[in-house]
Structures are given as structure tokens and as C-alpha cells.
Design a protein around this ligand. Structure first.
Ligand SMILES: [Zn+2]
Length: 141
């Protein structure tokens, strides 16, 4: 059974975690250049597939977060972005692709995330003080 196998693998990993991690690390250090070359070739060769995986994940995340900009209702996936409600997006240790993966696979809770379109996201950044308009008497209205 596939799930028995998975349980076994998980258990094996937990029991041999340190050994596995240190072996992997040693291998990566010893094959750094080779790994870099392989990655570059692979990324070039499979560019479309990699982008497609990214977009499929994004589509799923967009659906999970309500499918539209929380402020203005924009639904165009090309401009929709994930916003960290309490800030901290820059501090999120996960890159964009990994963040989507973590969300899609249910490992990252989404209650502190919201969908904003690019415009609303930038306006939000001004409102919370991450960006500033350098004009002395400028007012948004
Ligand atoms: Zn918007």
C-alpha cells in the first residue's frame, strides 16, 4: 500500500533525520558547481513547465483567498497579489513560489493573508508607511 510506504518513509526519516540532513549537506557542498550547472540547464530546458507549476499554484492560492481584490474587487489574476495583513511580507522566510506551495499543501495558514490587486497593494503600503509620497502638501483626495 502506498500509504504504508509513506508512513514507513516518514518514520525512517524521523529516526535518521540528522544523518540524512548531514549527508545531503555534505553532498551539496562537494557538488556545488555541478549542481549549479545542472540547475541552470534544467531551469532553461523546463522553463515553461516551471512557470506553469508556479501559475497553477498561484491560481489555487487566489481561489483559496476569495478570488478577488479585497478592496476593489479586481479579479484579474495577472495583477492579484498575496498581502500579509499584519505586514511582515518582507520578513517571510519563504520565497513567493515556496509560499504558494506551503499554502496549497496546507502547511501555511492563510488567516493572516489577503488578496489585493497591485494598485491596492501599493496604496496599502503607503497607508502603513512602507512607502511615502515626498510632496509637502500632497493629499490623496
Ligand atoms: Zn484592488
Amino acid at each position: 500500500m502506498a500509504s504504508d510506504r509513506r508512513d514507513y518513509n516518514r518514520k525512517y526519516y524521523q529516526e535518521h533525520k540528522e544523518h540524512i540532513l548531514s549527508t545531503n549537506k555534505k553532498y551539496r557542498q562537494e557538488h556545488k558547481e555541478q549542481d549549479k550547472r545542472w540547475r541552470a540547464t534544467y531551469t532553461k530546458k523546463h522553463y515553461d513547465e516551471i512557470r506553469q507549476i508556479h501559475w497553477k499554484r498561484k491560481l489555487k492560492v487566489v481561489e483559496m483567498l476569495g478570488g478577488k481584490c479585497r478592496r476593489c474587487g479586481e479579479m484579474d489574476i495577472r495583477v492579484l497579489q498575496v498581502n500579509h495583513i499584519n505586514g511582515g511580507g518582507r520578513r517571510d522566510p519563504l520565497g513567493k513560489t515556496d509560499l504558494y506551495l506551503e499554502i496549497v499543501q496546507g502547511r501555511r495558514p492563510i488567516d493572516d493573508l489577503e488578496l489585493l490587486c497591485a494598485n491596492c497593494n501599493i496604496i496599502y503600503e503607503y497607508e502603513v508607511g512602507h512607502r511615502r509620497v515626498y510632496l509637502p502638501n500632497w493629499c490623496p483626495n
